[in-house]
Design a protein around this ligand. Structure first.
Ligand SMILES: C=C1C[C@]23C[C@@]1(O)CC[C@H]2[C@@]12CC[C@H](O)[C@@](C)(C(=O)O1)[C@H]2[C@@H]3C(=O)O
Ligand SMILES: O=C(O)CCC(=O)C(=O)O
Ligand SMILES: [Fe+2]
Length: 332
């Protein structure tokens, strides 16, 4: 990562708020995917937190650590090689700048579209002589994440009594993978007792669901319904599922998209790998008809993912991106 000027450090200091990082999240819903009650437990967790952890997920740990190793190798390459991936518009290598509207964080990242052509092209740009190791690790991981996302969505659908084709939401979906590296807090921050360094500022994910996995470094937090922030203990053998804004709309607000953020750790680097599954570009994002009760009205204006994304890319990270689509006189 590039060394920061005093000016850039001050910019980060301004974004930092002291918070009680000792607050752990003791009751994190943990869903064993092989448990016969998993479907209803998932629905409960999505209503309460928009967030849960999955175990017995069937993704080989060796495949996960292979991508983590390749990701660490990528982030330890010289800056000019990482930059060969191109600036994130939206896909590519980014360093501290998040999105197009001035958000910053103490991280660097590689944001990838899941298409094999795109991954191949970016791996060739980074490593023209030997693109295949990273490419295989990425493509294998994406294939597993897609399966896991579909499985979890099907369980959600069954838990909500959704029948038939409504379940098949990812068939033509845009899929992304984001690899994040949060270096430890720099020494300059040690002097500022109790000050957190924002790695990734608070936000909700716009997509249907996100599947997050990180190494064993703390820093990830979610916001509860009452607005309190709680730290989520890391677990490198499990995945965390996050409800995105689109799923909130598809369930007419029954599920809540979860606000989350990341703080840099004092001593250790955090590597996270997060897979996003969004709705098809030109599909209407609206409550699934079969979950609506008799006479129930949508809380949202109808819009397509294309329209939502267009407006999302004009927003700041912490903005409530659904607000402009909420019907006037509705509050969910
Ligand atoms: C500030 C921004 C970054 C973001 C696009 C946006 O304009 C608003 C949403 C942001 C977010 C959050 C979740 C994902 O990390 C992400 C890839 C996404 O789909 O929406 C990022 C976007 C980004 O980093 O480009
Ligand atoms: O790195 C993490 O743990 C979370 C990252 C995240 O929220 C994102 O990439 O949207
Ligand atoms: Fe996120």
């Amino acid at each position: 990562m590039v060394v920061l000027s005093q000016l850039a450090l001050n910019q980060f200091i301004n974004t930092c708020k002291p918070v009680n990082t000792k607050l752990f999240f003791p009751t994190i819903p943990t869903i064993d995917l092989t448990n016969p009650d998993a479907k209803s437990l998932i629905v409960k967790a999505c209503k309460e937190f928009g967030f849960f952890k999955v175990i017995n997920h069937g993704v080989p740990l060796q495949m996960i650590s292979q991508l983590e190793d390749e990701t660490s190798k990528f982030f330890s390459l010289p800056q000019f090689i990482k930059e060969a991936a191109g600036i994130p518009k939206p896909f590519g290598y980014g360093n501290k700048n998040i999105g197009p509207n001035g958000d910053v964080g103490w991280l660097e990242y590689l944001l990838l579209s899941a298409s094999p052509e795109f991954v191949s092209q970016i791996c060739h740009s980074i490593s023209p002589e030997d693109p295949d190791v990273f490419r295989y690790a990425i493509m294998n991981y994406i294939a597993k994440m897609k399966k896991l996302a579909v499985r979890v969505l099907e369980m959600m659908a069954e838990g909500l009594n959704v029948k038939g084709e409504d379940k098949n939401v990812l068939k033509t979906s845009p899929l992304f993978l984001r690899l994040n590296h949060y270096p430890p807090k720099p020494d300059a921050f040690e002097a500022l007792n109790g000050t957190n360094l924002v790695g990734f500022g608070e936000h909700t994910d716009p997509q249907i669901i996100s599947v997050l996995r990180s190494n064993n470094t703390a820093g990830f937090q979610i916001s509860l319904k009452n607005g309190n922030w709680v730290s989520v203990p890391p677990d490198d053998n499990s995945f965390f599922i996050l409800v995105g804004d689109s799923l909130q709309v598809m369930t007419n607000g029954r599920f809540k998209s979860v606000k989350h953020r990341v703080f840099a750790d004092n001593n250790r680097s955090r590597i996270s790998m997060i897979f996003f599954a969004g709705p098809p570009l030109h599909e209407k994002i609206a409550p699934l008809p079969c979950i609506m009760q008799h006479g129930e009205e949508s809380f949202y204006e109808e819009f397509t993912w294309y329209e939502y994304k267009k407006s999302a890319y004009k927003s700041r990270l912490s903005d409530n991106r659904l607000l402009r689509f909420v019907k006037r006189d509705r509050t969910r």
